[in-house]
Design a protein around this ligand. Structure first.
Ligand SMILES: Nc1ncnc2c1ncn2[C@@H]1O[C@H](COP(=O)(O)OP(=O)(O)OP(=O)(O)O)[C@@H](O)[C@H]1O
Length: 288
């Protein structure tokens, strides 16, 4: 394999709690190539957000580390943009200004004012939000706000896009639309993406690779599944594709047979266009 773009080596993460040290992650090793779309999946509380936060530089691993393009990650940086489930926009700024804030941070010196303006509009157009540029977050829907969050992240031209359940709170149609847009944008920009999801179909549809995490405490990488499906992918034709169905079953088997929690979890169809969603409210709470 060529030199990895992003590498986690021997990552361990312990948290101090009133009951003593809690080991959330134990010896996580991952090598990710430039432009790979990687999903992290696993039961609630297994440590997915902890992995993402370490890559984002928001948490420091207790042992081991994370290297991006040869540099150790110790703090957040604009080359790693994060999209959270709750879109986290500044409520007092307009849609345009929210994206502008990120663009200023990265391109104040390298782009003229006019270039920045057209770049902001371009990114709002990518997520179909240019029409609402002057609105404030309070005046738009959750799905629209999520699209702005994605535009803001993409506008930073991050080499790594980190997404923590980016579509988790959206209705089925918006979710499907955004998944399709993300696949198109990612193909065009060749960003490396790490996405946390609870949705098995979302993981298979979008990913080049699905990292399945074992249950915590001391969670590790359980299985690493490569999704060898041609792109562009079409959710409708893939639904009956035997290879797609096989991958989907592999993930379900891991979650509901190999890593089954003591409290049994029933996968449900939750009326999502994408299908099986192992959402938090169906999974047992496993926070320490
Ligand atoms: N700051 C902290 N202090 C103590 N324990 C923590 C802290 N942050 C996370 N944990 C624990 O580490 C484990 C992993 O948490 P994490 O949020 O990474 O899981 P997750 O897989 O993202 O969960 P979910 O799918 O529910 O979002 C959990 O048991 C959690 O309670």
């Amino acid at each position: 394999m060529s030199k990895p773009h992003l590498e986690l080596t021997g990552v361990e993460m312990s948290f101090d709690t009133p009951k003593g040290s809690f080991i959330a992650l134990d010896n996580i090793n991952l090598k990710i190539k430039k432009g790979e779309f990687v999903s992290l999946i696993g039961h609630s509380g297994c440590g997915k957000s902890t992995v993402l936060n370490i890559v984002a530089g928001l948490l420091q691993a207790t042992k081991g580390g994370c290297i991006l393009d040869g540099h150790e990650i110790n703090s957040p940086g604009p080359e790693r943009a994060v999209v959270f489930q709750n879109h986290a926009l500044m409520p007092w700024l307009t849609v345009y200004e929210n994206v502008e804030l990120a663009v200023q941070q990265v391109f104040r010196k390298s782009m003229t004012k006019q270039e920045r303006q057209s770049w902001i509009h371009h990114n709002l157009e990518l997520v179909n939000m240019a029409h609402a540029a002057t609105k404030r977050p309070g005046e738009i829907s959750g799905g629209m706000a999520q699209r702005v969050g994605i535009a803001r992240a993409l506008a930073m031209k991050p080499s790594v896009l980190l997404m923590d359940e980016p579509f988790g709170a959206l209705d089925a149609l918006t979710r499907a639309h955004l998944q399709d847009s993300l696949m198109e944008i990612q193909q065009e920009l060749n960003n490396t993406v790490i996405m946390i999801t609870h949705d098995v179909d979302e993981a298979v549809l979008l990913s080049d690779r699905i990292i399945m995490m074992t249950n915590g405490p001391a969670a590790a990488v359980g299985e690493d599944l490569y999704i060898d499906l041609e792109r562009p992918r079409n959710r409708v034709t893939l639904a009956d594709d035997p290879t797609y169905v096989h991958y989907r079953q592999e993930v379900l088997k891991f979650l509901y047979e190999k890593q089954r929690k003591l409290e049994s979890i029933t996968p449900r169809r939750n009326n999502q266009t994408t299908g099986t969603n192992m959402h938090k409210d169906t999974a047992p709470a496993a926070k320490a």
